[in-house]
Each structure stands twice: as structure tokens, then as C-alpha cells.
Unconditional design. Structure first.
Length: 417
């Protein structure tokens, strides 16, 4: 971990403090990104300072922000001897990578880059480094975070990287052909409406989604009735989430979210939600609903047993799933029998995953071996019973309670650290 000495104005006096340098930030010649007290800052070098100020004074800067460029302002309460200009960026709460996005998200990210490219082209600038690690999803809104790329490139959109990275990716997941993109680019210099034509071409894509056994899996929705008329599982779930909210919980990770019924209910109750599943079809459906309704849900394709590892050129600069997606509450409903019987994940490993992904609470629906839906399943693990499961989880948690679920004999087990 590298640090940067900074001076912070506190109660009218400047105090020596230290920021933590973002480990993926070492390749940017215009400055360095660092973290301080939960916020994201960028120190700009003397050479790039005036150009950075010019970017922030663009007459269309608000429209550039609205297209998806990270909102940025000059920070006056922090100074650095090395970097004469300090910028503060709006923070994206949960970082995700392109390998965790469904095809709809990849296309929306590319469309966002086109929107930014069109708006920025009016200033004579361009995005010069539009690779996927410079782009995150703020729930269902793609955000381009590399402010520094505006400071070093003046050219014409699209750059070669847009085609090699984004168009190639979309061609691989759709019926589009790269040569049609090349034709659009050839016409760019002589034909008006290039950006609109490029958008229409991408929106015409028939995106490919592999069908799995989970793609048509049903989740019972929450009926519009009094709470005491709901099924036992839903009553217990709502009661727990209300209690956790009163205890200060704000974020929730839904592992094995499927259609996202429980994710959407948590968001309705004020949680900011990450919803993960291994099935792209169901996650795509949830993404479209959340995107169109503006819900604070980040839907991701994510395998609990094989989370995305830390990687990158710088040390590694891009954190693992455990570090990026940890929430106050993690839920795993109608999941553990699948991970045990079908994936061979032991209770020890499952409990370790729950511990890594939650800050405070874990709620697991336990389906006992005598359950009508699984009692005929082959490959029952020898350890598979409720007592063994609780014993394994209690290696990481201090207390637990058992609540009603349905159909009997299923239960919800709520653990607290």
C-alpha cells in the first residue's frame, strides 16, 4: 500500500494527513488517484493543471456529465506539494468488471461511450483510453471514470481502441459484424449523423444469451396484501430487513438472486443492492427492469464458488470480488442445496464465502434433505443437515436465529457477526 502526504483544512487550520494511492493509478501521466476518508481524489501534475481547469470550464460540461462522464469538482480543502490541483470525483460504490456484465450492460456501456464521444467532440477533445477498466456501473448507469484521458488526446471519435475493445466484444455476443462497423467509420468524415447511425446499429443487435436450467426458474413475487397474509418465508425476510435497517444497515448482496424478486423488495425498503447469479438470462431481465425504473440495484453475473480474482498491471490494481462487493447484509435464498449437491461446495467453504461477503449479517434459507423438492436428489453430501451447517457458520458468526420459511420444513437462518 502506497500513501501520499496531503494537507487537509480542518477548523481553519491545515493538518498533515495521508491518502492511499489507488494501485491502478500509476500509468496516468497527468496525475494520480488516491483515497481519503471514503472519497476519491485525483492529484493533477503541474503540466496538466491548466488543461484540467479548462476541461472543467467547458460550456457543455453538465451535458458531458449527464452522458456518463464521472462528475468532478476542484477540491479546495486538500492540498499536495507534488500536485498543485486536487480534484474530487463522485464515487461509484460497487466496482464491477466487464466479465461480470450481461450483454445488455456491455452494449449500454458502449452506447454511453458514444454519447460522451459525441458531446466531447464539440470541444475538440476525445476519450483516449476507453478500455473497460475505466468504466464502472453506478448500479444500472455506466460511468466513465478516467478524467485524465481527456487531458492528453485530441482526435476524432472513434479511436481504434473503441473498435478493438467494445465493438469486437459486442460482435462476439450478437449477430452484428465488424465489417459493418468499419463501413460506418469510413463514412464518418463525409456523412452527417455518424453518431446516431452508430447508436442505431448497436441497438439493432440481437444479443446472445445462453439458456440454462435457471433461465426459466420461478420466484414467487410479493403479493400486494397485508404482511401477515404473505408466505412465511417472505414475512420472515421482511421482518429481518426491517430490523437490520433499524440497526443501520444500508447495503445488501443477494447471492443467487435469480429473477431478483428479493433484491427489488430490499431496494424498495431503502437498501442499495448488488444482485448476483450465474445465469445471464435472469440477470439481464433484472438489469433491464432496474435500469428502466431507476432502482439502485447492480445486477452481476457472478459465481460464488469462483469470484473474479484481483488482477491488473499495478500490484494488482483491480480488487477481488470479496473486497468490491462486501455489504452490510448478504442473503442466500434457495441456494445452499444447489451449491452442496450440484457444485460440491462444502459447508466450510460456503460459510467462508458468507463471511467474506458480509460486514454484519447473513441470511441463508436452509432446505433440509427431506424437503419434497430434493429428497430424491442423488449425491447427497454426508454433512448435509441443519446442525452441521449452523456449526460451520458459527466459526465466523457470533449469534444466529431460526425463522419460519415455506414450504415446511425449510427455515431461514439469520447470522450476526
Amino acid at each position: 500500500m502506497k500513501i501520499i502526504p496531503i494537507q487537509v483544512e480542518e477548523a481553519g487550520e491545515w493538518t498533515q494527513r495521508y491518502g492511499i494511492i489507488n494501485s491502478a493509478s500509476g500509468l496516468d501521466p497527468t496525475g494520480i488517484v488516491f483515497h481519503f476518508e471514503g472519497n476519491i481524489y485525483r492529484g493533477i501534475t503541474p503540466r496538466a493543471m491548466e488543461e484540467a481547469k479548462q476541461v472543467l470550464s467547458f460550456g457543455n460540461i453538465e451535458r458531458i456529465y449527464n452522458t456518463g462522464f464521472v462528475r468532478t469538482k476542484i477540491e479546495k480543502n486538500i492540498k499536495s506539494n507534488q500536485y498543485p490541483l486536487i480534484l474530487k470525483h463522485k464515487k461509484v460504490e460497487f466496482l464491477s468488471y466487464i466479465v461480470e456484465w450481461v450483454p445488455d450492460m456491455i452494449r449500454d456501456a458502449a452506447l454511453m461511450l458514444i454519447d460522451i464521444g459525441e458531446e466531447i467532440s464539440k470541444t475538440g477533445y476525445i476519450l483516449g483510453d476507453g478500455h473497460s477498466h475505466n468504466l464502472f456501473f453506478d448500479f444500472c448507469k455506466p460511468v466513465y471514470i478516467d478524467f485524465g484521458s481527456l487531458l492528453k488526446h485530441r482526435s476524432i471519435f472513434p479511436t481504434g481502441s473503441f473498435g478493438s475493445l467494445w465493438i469486437n466484444e459486442i460482435v462476439n455476443i450478437s449477430n452484428l459484424k465488424f465489417e459493418d462497423y468499419e463501413k460506418l467509420c469510413t463514412q464518418h468524415a463525409i456523412k452527417n449523423g455518424f453518431f446516431e447511425n452508430l447508436r442505431e446499429w448497436l441497438l439493432s443487435a440481437d444479443l446472445k444469451y445462453p439458456i440454462t436450467e435457471w433461465s426459466g426458474y420461478g420466484q414467487r413475487p410479493f403479493a400486494n396484501v397485508e404482511r401477515n397474509e404473505l408466505p412465511a418465508k417472505q414475512i420472515s425476510y421482511l421482518n429481518l430487513l426491517e430490523k437490520y435497517k433499524e440497526l443501520g444497515c444500508e447495503t445488501l448482496l443477494d447471492v443467487g438472486a435469480n429473477q431478483g424478486i428479493y433484491s427489488e423488495k430490499a431496494e424498495d425498503m431503502g437498501y442499495r443492492v448488488v444482485a448476483s447469479d450465474i445465469d445471464k438470462v435472469t440477470i439481464a431481465k433484472l438489469y433491464r427492469r432496474a435500469r428502466d425504473s431507476g432502482k439502485k440495484i447492480l445486477p452481476l453475473v457472478f459465481d460464488l464458488n469462483n469470484p473474479t480474482k484481483a488482477h491488473g498491471k499495478q500490484s494488482p490494481g483491480y480488487p477481488a470480488g470479496y473486497d468490491r462487493l462486501k455489504c452490510d447484509v448478504v442473503i442466500a435464498l434457495a441456494l445452499i442445496h444447489h451449491t452442496s449437491y450440484k457444485q460440491g461446495i462444502t459447508f466450510e467453504h460456503f460459510s467462508d464465502y458468507m463471511n467474506r461477503f458480509t460486514k454484519r449479517f447473513a441470511v441463508v434459507e436452509f432446505i433440509p434433505p427431506e424437503d419434497v423438492h430434493i429428497r430424491g436428489w442423488p449425491n447427497k453430501p454426508e454433512e448435509y443437515n441443519l446442525d452441521n451447517f449452523i456449526a460451520s457458520m458459527m466459526k465466523y458468526f457470533k449469534t444466529y436465529e431460526i425463522l419460519e420459511a415455506n414450504p415446511e420444513p425449510r427455515v431461514l437462518v439469520a447470522f450476526e457477526k
